[in-house]
Every structure is written in structure tokens, then in C-alpha cells.
Design a protein around this ligand. Structure first.
Ligand code: TXA
Ligand code: MG
Length: 341
């Protein structure tokens, strides 16, 4: 593997395989993680969006364990990750022209397409839906792992259901710890928000989740994409429950920052700097220069730090609703208990 991959550490949850050092070479570690997947185990691994909790997509027992470890309801389908185009044929029955154009433009990368599933993919993976979500991650470690496991890998984000997605290996260890068999530490995720999901089963295609590829770029590639109403999404993408990505601390989403009440220790999650930020007990700034990609990359870590800081509430500001800003605002809406417009 190439030298540009700087993070060669592999985290082994306490109590498992502790006698061995997998940090010698990344290839050894990836090979070991791939053997765990091939033999029905669960491996947390880096992708460019967030860390995934992976299992052999064709092993029902292993896939069932993903749901158990995450405490995830069975009605919430899993994305299948692939490393090569032959693996697309192993999971999809039909790949329409729009999906092909998206794949050509954005894979490997943070885009999931929903296409007709084939018979090899169980109802457990798709939660009984006729389509399967497929993505080829941009992260090289992820692709090496899937390639070495020689099987498509079902992987949701590696966090317990409803909580904030992990953007570094330590987040996974803190949340799921010994419940996973192995954690491959690939360093912090470069994109920081989950993949954009486009259903190619309807015409025009439907945006099921804004994410790491901007809607503007998708539309430039395939033309108009329909944005569904919130209620409609409950059926099309069942995991899109309105409260998700949530910190334990109550979060209020605002357009304009006002001074906090003196009775409460209030944390601030701001896009750029704010002239009244000194009035807050703790401040996290997503991007001083106002760069939406940088803001997306910092979002989940900043939320986790605020949540752990002991403040009574978090005030977050919306970011401009363009490019990656759409994905950031979507996650903030879902994290919020109250939205003030
Ligand atoms: O960036 C990502 O997409 C990350 C990394 C690990 O790849 N994965 C991720 O998975 O965010 P997860 O499980 O946390 O969210 C996947 C969501 C589901 O909740 C569901 O809404 C939608 O994708 N989804 C998956 N398969 C689907 C299907 N067959 N039909 C409709 N929606 C689907
Ligand atoms: Mg998730």
C-alpha cells in the first residue's frame, strides 16, 4: 500500500487478539480484518465519509449481528460496499442508465445509488425493500479491505443507533468498544458526513439523503433530481427518522445567534466566528474561513466535544444551504430538539 496513508495503527478492542501486533504493516492488518469478515465477524473500518461497521453482505448471521450491536431496528436497511464493478453485478439485478452515469462520475466516492437488488441480497440487508443501496468508497483502506475479503460488505455507520456518526477510530471504540471484533484505524475521515443517497428506481431519481456529493453536482450529471417531502421519506428510506445523529445534550438550531440565558451553561456550534461567542461556556467553530467542506469534516467531532463538555444545552447555527451545506443542515436538523426559524 502507498506511503501517503499515514495512519497505520490498528485498534484492537480490549479482550480480543491483544497478544498480536497488527500495526507492523497496514497490509497485514487489512488482511487480518478481511479474514475476520470472511469468517463472519464484524470489523469497523474507515471510509472517506464516516467509519463503517462491516460484515459479509451474504452472511445472514453476521448481518444480523450488525443490527444487534448497533441496536438498530430491522426496518432500517444497510448500504452494501463494493471494491470492484464485478461486485456490483453480485448485488444488483438491474443498473439503469442514470445509475451508470452517476457511478461513472462519482465512484469511488461518497455516493450511494439505490438500484434493483438481485436474489443474492437478503431482505435483512434491504429491510424487505426491492432496492439495494450500493457504494464504492473512495477510501483506499476500505477498498483494500473489501477486495481482500472477496465479498461485498454491508456496513452502516459504526455508531449505536440514533447517535452521532464516528469520524475517527477512537469514536468507534468509545461507542461500540468490545462489541466489534476489530477496528481498522485509518485516521480521521476526510469528508465527515455520510454519502449522498440517490434512488435510481424512480424517474426522475430521488435524493434520499443529502451527503458528501453536492446535489448541484448530481444534477449537473443526470439532470433533475426530486427532493421528497419528509413524510414520504419514512417509507422510501426508513432509516431517515427525524431524530438522528443526536447528542445527549439538548440542541437548539437557530438562524441568528442571541446571547445565552445566564442560568444555563450553553455551548455554541457556529459555522464561522460570532461576535458574541465569548458569552458562551464553550464554542466550536466549524470553519473560520467559511469553507463548507471543512465544516462538514469537523461537524461530528465538534458535536461530540460539545456533548462531552458538560454544557446544559447547545445552540447551533444553520450554514448556507448549498453544496455540502445541505448535508450539514440536514444533520443539524436531525440533531436538534428545537428548531427556531
Ligand atoms: O457514508 C455512508 O453512507 C456511511 C458509510 C459507512 O458508508 N454509511 C451510512 O450507513 O451512513 P447508515 O446505515 O448509517 O445509513 C444508511 C441509510 C439508511 O438509514 C437508509 O435510510 C438508507 O441508507 N438506505 C440503505 N439501503 C437502502 C435501500 N435499499 N433503500 C432505501 N434506503 C436505503
Ligand atoms: Mg448511520
Amino acid at each position: 500500500m502507498q506511503d501517503e496513508i499515514q495512519y497505520r495503527r490498528i485498534l484492537v478492542p480490549r479482550g480480543r487478539d491483544t497478544g498480536r501486533d497488527f500495526g507492523e504493516t497496514l497490509m497485514d492488518a487489512v488482511a487480518h480484518a478481511a479474514r475476520i469478515i470472511s469468517s463472519g465477524g464484524l470489523v469497523a473500518f474507515p471510509t472517506e465519509t464516516v467509519y463503517g461497521l462491516g460484515a459479509d453482505a451474504f452472511n445472514q448471521g453476521a448481518v444480523a449481528r450488525i443490527f444487534a450491536v448497533k441496536k438498530r431496528p430491522r426496518f432500517d436497511p444497510l448500504i452494501v460496499h463494493i471494491a470492484s464493478m464485478d461486485q456490483l453485478d453480485q448485488v444488483a439485478a438491474d443498473v439503469p442508465d442514470v445509475a451508470r452515469r452517476l457511478i461513472e462520475a462519482f465512484w469511488p466516492g461518497p455516493l450511494t445509488v439505490i438500484v434493483q437488488k438481485n436474489r443474492n441480497i437478503s431482505d435483512l440487508v434491504t429491510a424487505g425493500l426491492p432496492g439495494v443501496g450500493v457504494r464504492m468508497p473512495g477510501n483506499q483502506i476500505a477498498r483494500e479491505l473489501i477486495g481482500a475479503a472477496k465479498t461485498p460488505v454491508s456496513a452502516p455507520s459504526a455508531n449505536s443507533f440514533g447517535s452521532i456518526s464516528p469520524t475517527c477510530a477512537e469514536h468507534v471504540r468509545a461507542d461500540l468498544g468490545e462489541m466489534v471484533d476489530f477496528i481498522v484505524d485509518g485516521g480521521p475521515c476526510e469528508v465527515g458526513v455520510e454519502s449522498t443517497i440517490v434512488s435510481c428506481m424512480d424517474s426522475p431519481p430521488v435524493l434520499l439523503r443529502p451527503g458528501g456529493i453536492a446535489l448541484e453536482d448530481i444534477e449537473r450529471c443526470i439532470g433533475e433530481v426530486r427532493i421528497p417531502e419528509r413524510n414520504e421519506l419514512k417509507h422510501a428510506a426508513p432509516g431517515r427518522s427525524s431524530r438522528h445523529y443526536a447528542p445527549r445534550t439538548p440542541l437548539v438550531l437557530v438562524d441568528t445567534i442571541r446571547p445565552p440565558s445566564p442560568e444555563k451553561r450553553t455551548g455554541l456550534l457556529t459555522f464561522r466566528t460570532s461576535p458574541i461567542e465569548s458569552a458562551f461556556a464553550r464554542v466550536e467553530t466549524l470553519s473560520r474561513s467559511g469553507d463548507l467542506s471543512e465544516a462538514a469534516c469537523n461537524l461530528f467531532s465538534a458535536l461530540k466535544r460539545l456533548d462531552a463538555s458538560g454544557v446544559d444545552m447547545i445552540v447551533a447555527t444553520r450554514v448556507p444551504d448549498t453544496g455540502l451545506g445541505r448535508a450539514i443542515n440536514d444533520r443539524l436538523m436531525r440533531a436538534a430538539q428545537t428548531v427556531i426559524q
